[in-house]
Design a protein around this ligand. Structure first.
Ligand SMILES: C[S@@+](CC[C@H](N)C(=O)[O-])C[C@H]1O[C@@H](n2cnc3c(N)ncnc32)[C@H](O)[C@@H]1O
Length: 359
């Protein structure tokens, strides 16, 4: 009997409670928000009340992160911190078990998130515009748990905590690859909290994708087994920050140096930011995302060109496209409340999650 292909992204949708107009919610609006507004300025409260959702989170994040913006080659990635913020809020909402991410976030922001949760226990801070980031984390978690690999490579790992918070298959090794600046922050925080960052088997490899071959570094400083086909590579939240030559080279290194059968999970976006891509229709959500990443000094650099899909771009680089999840699928498979049909968070129309297998 032919074996069934694995659905790497299968899993239960998280339980998410609906917001209610309750006493805590009223107190939150009348007491907590004004206090935060004093701290951050009146614009915050106006946006929170009238634009709604995660603007509070967004503004606090930008307020803090902008203060030392610059190239990722010079200081730890701000977008990695931003994703950690989303995951910490997500842990309050039952989205992830990533409570460890609070250690990467400015402490006043952790306090703001925790206070908000006290006042709105069922709906601490809306993440309704951060659906793509939450879905991406869930997709990668499912891919590891369903794929049962012997090796996990986190390419552009940032402040990923999977090595510490997921129940990995016995003996599974994790290799975290990122630029030295971001990795230094991750290692420092992990070393400061050894009880919480209990480690399965994790090895760090510092690489600048735009200057170095990550496979050379992986071979030099770790015991990664290039011949092992039971390998899962997660390449999340990175493709859009690399110029195409660096991304193409990285993908070719995976397909030529890693064993056939290796599985790669990654997110890609449509190009809507280059001169050519700007002709594409884009949502307000996509534009907002672009403003945010540009403001913190890490603008988008690559997206699927107009008229091309992942099927056109990745198979010529040595992969089979196993699964592709477009925005409507993401909302259906990852972002539902208690079995309802309406998604509780929005995913910009430019976002896709794909699963590739090395040929
Ligand atoms: C948005 S973060 C995503 C982090 C993580 N994968 C996640 O989803 O939380 C982008 C990551 O790409 C890394 N990065 C950006 N440019 C890089 C480069 N040239 N070489 C290596 N890593 C880079 C950053 O350090 C950062 O950790």
């Amino acid at each position: 009997m032919a074996s069934q292909p694995i659905n790497y992204l299968a899993g239960e949708p998280p339980i998410k409670l609906k917001p209610k107009l309750s006493l805590p919610r009223i107190l939150y609006v009348l007491v907590v928000l004004p206090l935060v507004a004093v701290y951050l300025g009146i614009a915050t409260i106006i946006r929170e009340l009238f634009i709604g959702g995660d603007s509070l989170l967004d503004l606090i994040g930008r307020f803090r992160l902008r203060s030392n913006s610059g190239l990722v080659q010079r200081s730890a990635s701000k977008t990695a911190v931003f994703v950690a913020i989303v995951r910490y809020v997500g842990s309050h909402e039952g989205w992830t078990n990533d409570t460890l991410s609070r250690h990467f976030i400015p402490s006043e922001l952790v306090r703001a998130i925790d206070i908000t949760k006290m006042f709105q226990p069922k709906y601490p801070i809306s993440l309704k515009r951060s659906g793509a980031l939450m879905a991406r984390t869930l997709a990668g978690d499912r891919l590891i748990l369903n794929g049962k690999p012997k090796q996990v490579v986190l390419l552009g790992a940032g402040l990923d905590t999977r090595a510490h918070r997921l129940k990995l298959p016995a003996g599974c090794k994790v290799f975290e690859i990122d630029i030295a600046t971001t990795q230094a922050m991750k290692k420092k925080v992990a070393a400061e909290h050894p009880d919480e960052f209990k480690n399965q088997d994790v090895q760090y490899v510092a690489v600048d994708f735009s200057k170095e071959l990550f496979t050379d570094k992986l071979a030099e400083v770790s015991d990664f087994d290039f011949g092992c086909s039971e390998t899962v590579v997660l390449f999340e939240g990175v493709s859009m920050y690399l110029p195409w030559p660096a991304l193409e080279q990285t993908m070719k290194l995976i397909s030529t140096k890693f064993a056939p059968g290796t599985i790669v999970g990654m997110d890609v976006i449509d190009d809507f930011f280059t001169e050519e891509g700007s002709k594409r229709r884009k949502s307000a959500l996509a534009r907002r995302l672009m403003r945010l990443v540009t403001a913190v000094g890490e603008p988008f650099q690559w997206g699927l060109p107009i008229g091309k899909t992942a099927e056109d771009v990745f198979p010529p680089l040595g992969f089979n496209l196993v699964q592709t999840v477009d925005p409507a699928d993401v909302e259906r498979d990852f972002l539902k409340i208690d079995g309802e049909d309406t998604p509780f968070a929005r995913v910009p129309s430019i976002f896709h999650y794909i699963v590739l297998r090395v040929k």
